[in-house]
Design a protein around this ligand. Structure first.
Ligand SMILES: [Zn+2]
Length: 126
């Protein structure tokens, strides 16, 4: 699994969007089957590393995850949701043909950020 690299990518996007503002919450969406506890742990780890490096903008920031049904787009032509039991990490078993395909959605999609002292949520550009 590649939770850490997925989270590092999310955090570096957040840093670009935050431009030095103090981040208190990061909202993101992930497909069912991703280990949300692991993602949150990775987030806390990445944020702690940043703080240690002297960047305090994410100190105490929390990751809030929303899970959505996992979808695949298979070579057999099937496109659609996969049963939670047929998902492992970022792969799913096609209900049409039984092949293992990568999920067709990103492992972690940034939904928004909120900043200290304001209710502002900065949604990422589409
Ligand atoms: Zn298939």
């Amino acid at each position: 699994m590649h939770e850490l690299s997925v989270v590092e990518e999310l955090v570096s996007r957040c840093r670009r969007l935050a431009r030095g503002r103090r981040v208190v919450r990061v909202w993101a969406r992930c497909p069912e089957g991703m280990d949300t506890d692991e993602l949150v742990e990775c987030f806390d780890y990445v944020v702690a590393q940043l703080s240690q490096a002297g960047e305090g903008a994410f100190e105490g920031a929390r990751l809030r995850l929303e899970t959505v049904p996992a979808h695949i787009r298979c070579a057999c032509g099937f496109q659609g949701p996969v049963a939670p039991d047929d998902i492992a990490g970022h792969m799913g078993i096609c209900p049409g043909c039984g092949r293992v395909s990568e999920l067709s959605q990103p492992p972690l999609e940034l939904l928004g950020l909120s900043f200290a002292g304001t209710a502002t949520i900065c949604a990422p550009p589409a």
